[in-house]
Design a protein around this ligand. Sequence first.
Ligand SMILES: [Zn+2]
Length: 267
Amino acid sequence: MGQTLELFGIDDVRFLGAEDRSNGGKVYRLYRFEYEGSLPVSCPRCGGKLYRHGTRMISLIAMPIQDIPAAYSIEFPRLRCRACGAMESPHIKGVAEGRRCTEKALISIARRGLSHSFEAVAADYPATSNTIRNIFLEYFHEHESEHHRTAPALIGITQKTLGRNDSVYMVFDLEHGVLFDMLSADVRDSVQEFFLSVESPERILQIRSSVTLPLDNGIIALMPDAEVIPDGSWEEAYIDQIRFIQQESLKKGYSFEVFRIRTLYKH
Ligand SMILES: [Zn+2]
């Protein structure tokens, strides 16, 4: 043990063999393993004794090995509690919760999904771009709260239409010259929620908006030094970014949500 962790990123397994497979024209290598780690002895639900109850096989998306997309299959025992009927199976170190991919592959997909199309990422894994997209979104939503974003001192807000039917408020960080957030203009309170969720709103000195913002007094009180100015003249300097976002949103396969995530975390 320990060696498979180094080589394959998973532990407590014995390597059985590898073979080339192909799926929809994509060639990948399937590495087969069996679990050889310890097994839980008592039921986590009632404390009763666990007995072996057949085996199960899982398939995982893994990191490419020698530039070839890789999948793992792992056979492991199932255990059953005779007292309450609960089924148990051991957790395999290195396998992501939810068991669709290894932890390493999950993190790599999440990182690369920020800067590459899902089609490009999918080329390196035994998975379709749709599967990659789902893995990316799940990961992002689980970790959304970890993205701490400090309010910029200068904010510019404009309302634009994306694609066919999404109307959004684009929030620019005029202090650093980048798109900061996009809020659905079709969702009530999205602007209020933005100012409530941003870190250190008291930093904000100026909000230059080309549209009238629905801001209540409670929100304004969060940023005592902020001045709200009706002004869209700054948009001229951001016209390339705005155009890029509008064009990208027209491309096939980008829902507003996916597009928003991709755009925000590009920088
Ligand atoms: Zn039990």
